[in-house]
Ligand binder design. Structure first.
Ligand SMILES: Nc1ncnc2c1ncn2[C@@H]1O[C@H](COP(=O)(O)OP(=O)(O)O)[C@@H](O)[C@H]1O
Ligand SMILES: [Mg+2]
Length: 186
């Protein structure tokens, strides 16, 4: 059987409350409208199942990212576009995901910490500042900013749909819907 077009992985990384889940949900229908299969692999959701055994220490976060990368590899090689919404705070984990998946678009959801703290979608910054929870990324756990992401999206001056449109525009411009960028361009 011949295979369809090659998929690729959209890996959204950023601080808690940066906008990864929101943008991921906005991306799915836009990709489907272009005729692609797409799945949102949300870090929080995967922690309820496949990664239910893991905590938030470095090793657990690395294992979590590696599992999500493995799933994404399978989906992308079957012509789908997995969208990963995962804090994935460590550069090494993201580099490993890139190596595992190959066709990998790192999207840095760049929202400053103070803005994330105001959003505080799940109330976790508040708890972390109060000392009720530990290992909170951005508070007492590190977030290593991407050095060479394919796409950087700023969410402060944009609505979620504008951020999703911006990403689609960049994917288009970089040739991802058309077999991927020329080798050596990254
Ligand atoms: N441009 C934007 N992109 C994404 N989210 C935004 C944007 N502007 C405001 N927001 C808001 O920020 C919050 C992001 O929450 P969420 O997507 O759950 O973050 P994360 O998954 O990164 O923890 C939501 O309440 C969303 O409505
Ligand atoms: Mg989320």
């Amino acid at each position: 059987m011949t295979r369809g077009p090659k998929g690729f992985c959209i890996w959204l990384t950023g601080l808690p409350s940066a906008g990864k889940t929101t943008i991921g949900k906005e991306l799915v229908p836009r990709l489907e409208a272009r005729g692609w299969f797409s799945d949102l692999l949300d870090g929080d959701e995967i922690r309820l199942g496949l990664s239910a055994d893991l905590g938030f220490d470095r090793k657990s976060r690395e294992t979590h990212a590696a599992r999500v990368a493995f799933l994404s590899k399978l989906l992308a090689r079957n012509g789908s576009i997995p969208i990963v919404a995962l804090i994935s705070p460590y550069r090494s984990s993201r580099a490993q995901a890139r190596a595992t998946i190959g066709r990998f678009v790192e999207v840095y959801v760049n929202t400053p910490l103070d803005v994330c703290e105001v959003r505080d979608v799940k109330g976790l910054y508040k708890k972390a500042r109060a000392g009720t929870i530990k290992e909170m990324t951005g508070v007492d756990d590190p977030y290593e900013t991407p050095e060479h992401p394919e796409i950087v999206v700023e969410t402060q001056q944009m609505s979620p749909s504008q951020s999703a449109e911006f990403i689609i525009g960049e994917l288009d411009r970089q040739g991802w819907f058309n077999g991927g960028p020329a080798l050596g361009s990254h």
